[in-house]
Design a protein around this ligand. Sequence first.
Ligand code: UD1
Length: 383
Amino acid sequence: MTIRTVSIVGARPQFVKVAPVCRAISLANQRGTANIEDRLIHTGQHYDRGMSHVFFEELEIPPPSINLGVGSGSHAQQTAGMMTALEKLLAGDGRPDLLIVYGDTNSTLAGALVAAKLWIPVVHVEAGLRSFNRAMPEEINRIVTDRVSDLLLAPTETAMTNLRSEGLGAAADLVGDVMHDAVLFNRDRARARSDVMSRLNLGERGFALVTIHRAESTQADVLRRILDALAAVARRGIELVFPVHPRTVAVMSAELSDWRPPEGLRIIEPLGFLDNLRLIDAARLVITDSGGMQKEALFCGTPCVTLRDETEWVETVAAGGNVIAGRESARIVAAVEGVLDRVVDGVALRSAASRYFGAGDAAERIVRSITDFAYARRGGLAA
Ligand code: UD1
């Protein structure tokens, strides 16, 4: 039996998550353990070469069958644009047996809502994540997507517990984290292929890697406090490398044009996946508000300071790899100094990662879970 699936992606973290699943589908099809015909739809939420195309090339993701070209806009405009285009595609001859969505972006939400209303079963990869902070657009996207999904593929025990406590346990399956798969597969590839260390003239453990992009961090006053903290850290002697997301660049140039980076704080363009992974792997620490980078740091055995008041990836904290520092300057500086003063046991961090996030076989388990689900459903429908 052929299972026809459509995978919806649109934003940078989703390219990272879909790559191991595409590879696992193609391996399972070759081995004859699955027969899945997957069609990739790119919503166009991210469209710059450095935010999108580079990821397809480096992660060897099959080219999308279509790019909806939705681009930027308010949440409503962006989500509605995606929904309108997706409804046309999925309602006609392109109707799949299942729709797969990833993570918590507006592309995730749009795909899940359209499919649910067309009675196409929805599979959510990275289900059950909760920050319990509804001011985050991603939290709204997660809650709604999980509610309307039929198969909830959870990365961690915590995610399973969250789903059970919302009455969604019956649809949930613990498969592990596909981002762990991606890091285990690509860490050595990044060491071999990326020249970012020499390009930027960096030494192993001689710098910290910084990223900031979330809506909550990029309000001008909040961003200024974060940048001041980074400047204070740089002045104390550790070099900071800061690839800047377009949203953050926009706020910096429109509202913080008087702010100048001190020496030792290097602002660069967004990086591709392999360059970014190489830097996470080589950094003394990572300073970020990204969900994915908190995990990628742990998976590489690099400590992380998170510029948020909470994290949905509580395992990174339990593993001893992540300090939640908030967005106030003094706390950020203190947290960074605390990490710099500590001896880091990278091997212990990496083995904790496997305990919490699985053995790097999440994508394989996802393919099995999807196949079982589709068979059970067809059997159920025929009966
Ligand atoms: C989105 C996701 C977030 C994810 C992040 C990764 C939502 C609600 N948020 O946030 O969960 O962590 O992607 O990057 O879906 N822009 C460009 N070029 C691009 C993409 C964006 O210039 O290729 C600019 C546009 O001005 C846009 C702004 O960045 O308005 C924000 O982009 P958007 O996709 O709305 O949200 P992200 O901040 O990227």
